[in-house]
Design a binder for this molecule. Structure first.
Ligand code: FPP
Length: 239
Protein backbone atom coordinates (compact mmCIF):
# COMPACT_ATOMS: atom_id res chain seq x y z
CA UNK A 1 0.00 0.00 0.00
CA UNK A 2 1.27 3.45 -0.86
CA UNK A 3 1.40 5.80 2.09
CA UNK A 4 2.20 9.45 2.34
CA UNK A 5 4.98 11.16 0.38
CA UNK A 6 6.62 13.82 2.55
CA UNK A 7 9.25 16.20 1.19
CA UNK A 8 11.33 18.36 3.52
CA UNK A 9 13.36 21.52 2.97
CA UNK A 10 15.79 21.19 5.87
CA UNK A 11 16.54 24.82 6.70
CA UNK A 12 18.03 26.60 9.70
CA UNK A 13 21.27 24.72 10.32
CA UNK A 14 23.45 27.83 10.09
CA UNK A 15 21.27 29.85 12.46
CA UNK A 16 21.11 26.97 14.93
CA UNK A 17 24.91 26.93 15.08
CA UNK A 18 25.29 30.73 15.24
CA UNK A 19 22.86 30.90 18.16
CA UNK A 20 25.30 28.66 20.01
CA UNK A 21 28.36 30.66 18.99
CA UNK A 22 29.54 27.84 16.73
CA UNK A 23 30.57 27.76 13.06
CA UNK A 24 27.79 27.11 10.55
CA UNK A 25 28.98 23.62 9.67
CA UNK A 26 28.25 22.51 13.25
CA UNK A 27 24.58 23.02 12.40
CA UNK A 28 24.89 20.65 9.47
CA UNK A 29 26.52 18.05 11.74
CA UNK A 30 23.61 18.40 14.19
CA UNK A 31 21.21 18.22 11.24
CA UNK A 32 22.33 14.69 10.44
CA UNK A 33 20.82 13.53 13.75
CA UNK A 34 17.50 15.06 12.65
CA UNK A 35 17.75 13.15 9.37
CA UNK A 36 18.34 9.93 11.31
CA UNK A 37 15.40 10.50 13.67
CA UNK A 38 13.05 11.52 10.85
CA UNK A 39 13.94 8.51 8.69
CA UNK A 40 13.42 6.15 11.64
CA UNK A 41 10.01 7.69 12.37
CA UNK A 42 8.58 7.50 8.85
CA UNK A 43 7.30 3.90 8.66
CA UNK A 44 5.44 4.24 12.00
CA UNK A 45 3.80 7.45 10.78
CA UNK A 46 2.57 6.01 7.48
CA UNK A 47 5.19 7.76 5.35
CA UNK A 48 6.39 5.53 2.51
CA UNK A 49 8.34 8.12 0.51
CA UNK A 50 10.55 10.80 2.04
CA UNK A 51 12.41 13.31 -0.13
CA UNK A 52 15.03 15.44 1.64
CA UNK A 53 16.59 18.58 0.13
CA UNK A 54 20.19 17.92 1.13
CA UNK A 55 22.05 20.16 -1.33
CA UNK A 56 20.52 22.55 -3.86
CA UNK A 57 22.18 23.53 -7.11
CA UNK A 58 22.36 27.05 -5.60
CA UNK A 59 24.31 25.77 -2.58
CA UNK A 60 27.49 25.73 -4.71
CA UNK A 61 27.61 29.47 -4.03
CA UNK A 62 28.53 28.82 -0.38
CA UNK A 63 32.14 28.96 0.81
CA UNK A 64 34.18 25.99 -0.42
CA UNK A 65 34.90 24.85 3.15
CA UNK A 66 31.16 24.61 3.96
CA UNK A 67 30.44 22.78 0.71
CA UNK A 68 33.28 20.38 1.48
CA UNK A 69 31.85 19.67 4.94
CA UNK A 70 28.39 19.03 3.51
CA UNK A 71 29.69 16.44 1.06
CA UNK A 72 31.81 14.86 3.76
CA UNK A 73 28.68 14.54 5.92
CA UNK A 74 26.71 13.04 3.05
CA UNK A 75 29.45 10.54 2.35
CA UNK A 76 29.72 9.56 6.01
CA UNK A 77 25.94 9.28 6.31
CA UNK A 78 25.84 6.88 3.35
CA UNK A 79 28.70 4.84 4.77
CA UNK A 80 27.73 4.71 8.43
CA UNK A 81 23.96 4.35 8.08
CA UNK A 82 23.98 1.70 5.38
CA UNK A 83 23.54 -1.32 7.67
CA UNK A 84 20.71 0.24 9.69
CA UNK A 85 18.91 1.55 6.61
CA UNK A 86 18.95 -1.87 4.96
CA UNK A 87 17.87 -3.59 8.17
CA UNK A 88 14.91 -1.21 8.39
CA UNK A 89 13.85 -1.79 4.78
CA UNK A 90 14.82 1.66 3.55
CA UNK A 91 15.63 2.07 -0.13
CA UNK A 92 17.80 5.09 -0.83
CA UNK A 93 18.02 6.87 -4.17
CA UNK A 94 19.36 10.26 -5.18
CA UNK A 95 17.82 12.89 -7.43
CA UNK A 96 19.72 15.77 -8.99
CA UNK A 97 22.92 16.11 -11.01
CA UNK A 98 25.66 13.59 -10.36
CA UNK A 99 28.38 14.89 -12.65
CA UNK A 100 29.47 17.71 -10.32
CA UNK A 101 29.59 15.68 -7.07
CA UNK A 102 32.94 14.96 -5.43
CA UNK A 103 33.96 11.47 -6.60
CA UNK A 104 34.10 9.92 -3.12
CA UNK A 105 30.63 11.20 -2.16
CA UNK A 106 29.17 9.98 -5.44
CA UNK A 107 30.77 6.54 -5.09
CA UNK A 108 29.44 6.11 -1.54
CA UNK A 109 25.97 7.29 -2.57
CA UNK A 110 25.82 4.87 -5.49
CA UNK A 111 27.07 2.03 -3.29
CA UNK A 112 24.21 2.73 -0.89
CA UNK A 113 21.69 2.95 -3.74
CA UNK A 114 22.72 -0.49 -4.96
CA UNK A 115 22.95 -2.08 -1.53
CA UNK A 116 19.55 -0.78 -0.41
CA UNK A 117 17.69 -1.45 -3.67
CA UNK A 118 15.56 -4.21 -2.10
CA UNK A 119 14.10 -1.98 0.66
CA UNK A 120 10.31 -1.76 0.60
CA UNK A 121 9.20 -0.03 3.84
CA UNK A 122 10.44 3.46 2.99
CA UNK A 123 11.81 5.09 -0.14
CA UNK A 124 14.29 7.75 1.00
CA UNK A 125 15.19 10.15 -1.79
CA UNK A 126 18.11 12.50 -1.27
CA UNK A 127 17.99 15.62 -3.46
CA UNK A 128 21.64 16.49 -4.07
CA UNK A 129 22.89 19.17 -6.47
CA UNK A 130 19.19 19.45 -7.22
CA UNK A 131 17.14 22.09 -9.03
CA UNK A 132 13.54 21.42 -10.04
CA UNK A 133 13.85 23.71 -13.06
CA UNK A 134 16.93 21.78 -14.18
CA UNK A 135 15.16 18.42 -13.61
CA UNK A 136 12.11 19.49 -15.64
CA UNK A 137 14.30 20.80 -18.46
CA UNK A 138 16.31 17.55 -18.53
CA UNK A 139 13.17 15.41 -18.58
CA UNK A 140 11.64 17.52 -21.37
CA UNK A 141 14.83 17.15 -23.43
CA UNK A 142 14.83 13.38 -22.88
CA UNK A 143 11.20 13.03 -24.01
CA UNK A 144 11.77 15.27 -27.03
CA UNK A 145 14.78 13.18 -28.09
CA UNK A 146 13.20 9.78 -27.46
CA UNK A 147 9.49 10.26 -28.19
CA UNK A 148 9.36 13.47 -30.21
CA UNK A 149 6.27 15.13 -28.80
CA UNK A 150 6.39 16.35 -25.22
CA UNK A 151 3.13 15.36 -23.55
CA UNK A 152 2.22 15.85 -19.93
CA UNK A 153 2.18 12.10 -19.17
CA UNK A 154 5.48 11.39 -20.97
CA UNK A 155 7.12 14.30 -19.17
CA UNK A 156 5.77 13.13 -15.82
CA UNK A 157 7.11 9.61 -16.41
CA UNK A 158 10.54 10.86 -17.39
CA UNK A 159 10.68 13.25 -14.47
CA UNK A 160 9.34 11.09 -11.66
CA UNK A 161 10.07 7.53 -12.78
CA UNK A 162 6.71 6.56 -11.27
CA UNK A 163 7.41 7.95 -7.78
CA UNK A 164 4.08 9.24 -6.40
CA UNK A 165 3.56 13.00 -6.12
CA UNK A 166 4.36 14.86 -2.92
CA UNK A 167 1.46 14.93 -0.44
CA UNK A 168 3.03 17.14 2.21
CA UNK A 169 5.92 19.56 1.80
CA UNK A 170 7.52 20.71 5.06
CA UNK A 171 9.99 23.59 5.38
CA UNK A 172 11.78 24.18 8.66
CA UNK A 173 13.59 27.35 9.74
CA UNK A 174 10.80 29.91 9.34
CA UNK A 175 11.15 30.85 5.65
CA UNK A 176 8.12 30.35 3.41
CA UNK A 177 9.36 29.61 -0.09
CA UNK A 178 9.96 26.59 -2.32
CA UNK A 179 13.55 27.32 -3.39
CA UNK A 180 13.32 25.38 -6.67
CA UNK A 181 12.37 22.11 -4.90
CA UNK A 182 10.06 19.54 -6.59
CA UNK A 183 8.06 22.21 -8.46
CA UNK A 184 6.24 19.63 -10.62
CA UNK A 185 5.91 16.84 -8.06
CA UNK A 186 4.53 19.19 -5.38
CA UNK A 187 1.93 20.81 -7.67
CA UNK A 188 -0.92 19.68 -5.36
CA UNK A 189 1.06 19.24 -2.14
CA UNK A 190 -0.08 20.68 1.15
CA UNK A 191 2.53 23.08 2.52
CA UNK A 192 3.63 23.15 6.15
CA UNK A 193 6.03 25.81 7.39
CA UNK A 194 7.53 25.65 10.86
CA UNK A 195 9.89 27.94 12.76
CA UNK A 196 11.67 24.90 14.23
CA UNK A 197 15.29 24.91 13.01
CA UNK A 198 16.29 21.69 11.26
CA UNK A 199 18.77 20.51 13.94
CA UNK A 200 15.91 20.67 16.49
CA UNK A 201 13.47 18.76 14.24
CA UNK A 202 12.47 15.39 15.65
CA UNK A 203 9.87 12.66 15.22
CA UNK A 204 7.25 14.64 17.18
CA UNK A 205 7.56 17.58 14.76
CA UNK A 206 7.04 15.26 11.81
CA UNK A 207 4.06 13.71 13.60
CA UNK A 208 2.61 17.20 14.23
CA UNK A 209 2.97 18.18 10.57
CA UNK A 210 1.25 14.94 9.51
CA UNK A 211 -1.56 15.50 12.01
CA UNK A 212 -2.09 18.98 10.53
CA UNK A 213 -1.99 17.46 7.03
CA UNK A 214 -4.66 14.96 8.09
CA UNK A 215 -7.01 17.85 8.92
CA UNK A 216 -6.61 19.53 5.53
CA UNK A 217 -9.31 19.20 2.90
CA UNK A 218 -7.55 18.21 -0.31
CA UNK A 219 -9.60 19.27 -3.30
CA UNK A 220 -7.17 19.09 -6.23
CA UNK A 221 -9.04 22.00 -7.79
CA UNK A 222 -12.45 20.37 -7.48
CA UNK A 223 -15.04 20.02 -4.75
CA UNK A 224 -14.12 17.57 -2.05
CA UNK A 225 -17.05 15.22 -2.84
CA UNK A 226 -15.85 14.94 -6.42
CA UNK A 227 -12.21 14.08 -5.80
CA UNK A 228 -11.32 11.24 -8.15
CA UNK A 229 -13.92 12.27 -10.72
CA UNK A 230 -11.74 13.50 -13.52
CA UNK A 231 -13.71 13.95 -16.74
CA UNK A 232 -16.66 16.21 -17.62
CA UNK A 233 -18.70 13.05 -18.45
CA UNK A 234 -17.93 11.50 -15.05
CA UNK A 235 -18.89 14.76 -13.33
CA UNK A 236 -22.25 14.77 -15.13
CA UNK A 237 -22.79 11.09 -14.21
CA UNK A 238 -21.99 11.89 -10.57
CA UNK A 239 -24.84 14.38 -10.61
C1 FPP B 1 20.08 24.57 5.13
O1 FPP B 1 20.47 25.24 6.30
C2 FPP B 1 20.63 23.22 5.09
C3 FPP B 1 21.48 22.75 4.13
C4 FPP B 1 21.93 23.59 3.01
C5 FPP B 1 22.05 21.39 4.15
C6 FPP B 1 21.25 20.30 4.78
C7 FPP B 1 22.15 19.18 5.12
C8 FPP B 1 22.09 18.38 6.20
C9 FPP B 1 21.00 18.43 7.15
C10 FPP B 1 23.16 17.38 6.51
C11 FPP B 1 23.45 16.32 5.51
C12 FPP B 1 22.26 15.63 4.95
C13 FPP B 1 22.08 14.28 4.89
C14 FPP B 1 20.92 13.74 4.14
C15 FPP B 1 22.97 13.31 5.55
P1 FPP B 1 21.21 26.64 6.19
O2 FPP B 1 22.66 26.40 6.29
O3 FPP B 1 20.77 27.36 4.96
O4 FPP B 1 20.67 27.37 7.46
P2 FPP B 1 20.44 28.95 7.68
O5 FPP B 1 19.28 29.34 6.83
O6 FPP B 1 20.15 29.04 9.14
O7 FPP B 1 21.71 29.62 7.29
Amino acid sequence: MTGTHVAIIMDGNGRWARMRGRPRWRGHVAGVESVRDTVRACPDLGVTTLTLYAFSADNWRRPAAEVGRLFWLLREYCRREQAELIENGVRVTAIGRRDRLPASARAELERLEQASAGGSRLHLRLAIDYSAQWAITEAAGEVAREVGTVTRSALERALTGGVPPVDLLVRTGGEQRLSDFLLWEAAYAELFFTDVLWPDFRREHLAASLADFGRRERRFGGLVALVGVTTPEAVRAAG
